[in-house]
Design a protein around this ligand. Structure first.
Ligand SMILES: C[S@@+](CC[C@H](N)C(=O)[O-])C[C@H]1O[C@@H](n2cnc3c(N)ncnc32)[C@H](O)[C@@H]1O
Length: 228
């Protein structure tokens, strides 16, 4: 996949989060007041239409049944993991392949955490411009770290960005591994390196499973939207 197409995958995930904002309040898995600004004017305008949202979700379901629900359930699950970590005093958050992730700008408790947003440089430039538009300025606690996982050494890149490997951190690696070359994934085994070599103190936060979001089946999420 080309760099541009890989970047577009971030748009797809963010569009799911935007669509979720139109769910009834009692059914919505999370509140994201920033995502509309990040996806840009055209998608934001299109998604205001219930008909367009139905078309978008149907299209996703046609590609892979349960895709929409999978995206929003994983967002909520990871939100809970991050908040569990920050609630336990962890003050570093690393978003690997952050895309249009809005957690640093919407989750309570993340304001005091040093956040490392890692992604391809072109995507980061676009994201920062849109964030400046909606937030006026970028928060001091967020560091944008350009990277190409297929080429760069993660340890070196993070050290340069000021990551403190002597302190625990929450790492989020959401919807990214499928875009890294197989050779790279097998060669570097980034996951293993994170846990055992580079950062032996990486803390994987246990989360309490919350019944409602977890038991809501992925396809039912999509059906709920399609029915309205
Ligand atoms: C499907 S998006 C997921 C984005 C975000 N984590 C989310 O869940 O919304 C995949 C992300 O991985 C990034 N990515 C893919 N290959 C990459 C690479 N070789 N180096 C750095 N980032 C990469 C893309 O730019 C994109 O933002």
């Amino acid at each position: 996949m080309s760099g541009q197409n890989v970047g577009n995958t971030a748009l797809g995930a963010a569009t799911c989060r935007l669509i979720e904002q139109y769910q009834p309040k009692h059914f919505r898995l999370f509140v994201d007041p920033v995502v509309g600004d990040l996806v840009g004017g055209l998608i934001r305008t299109l998604m205001r239409s219930a008909w367009m949202r139905r078309v978008a979700v149907r299209r996703m379901e046609g590609m892979l049944p349960g895709l929409y629900g999978a995206q929003v359930c994983r967002t909520r699950y990871i939100d809970d993991v991050v908040q569990s970590g920050t609630g336990h005093g962890i003050d570093q958050l690393v978003l690997l392949g952050a895309g249009l992730d809005t957690r640093p700008y919407r989750l309570p408790g993340v304001g005091g955490v040093t956040v490392f947003e890692l992604d391809l440089p072109a995507l980061q430039v676009r994201k920062q411009a849109r964030l400046r538009n909606c937030l006026r300025s970028l928060p001091d606690n967020v560091r944008f770290v350009p990277v190409d996982f297929d080429v760069d050494d993660l340890g070196t890149i993070l050290a340069k960005a000021g990551f403190d490997r002597s302190r625990p951190a929450v790492f989020v690696w959401e919807g990214v591994t499928q875009y890294i070359t197989e050779a790279r994934a097998q060669d570097a085994d980034l996951r293993g390196r994170l846990r055992h070599r580079l950062y032996p103190r990486v803390h994987l936060c246990p989360t309490k499973r919350r019944r409602a979001p977890v038991t809501r089946s992925w396809s039912r999420c999509a059906d709920g939207l399609l029915d309205r």
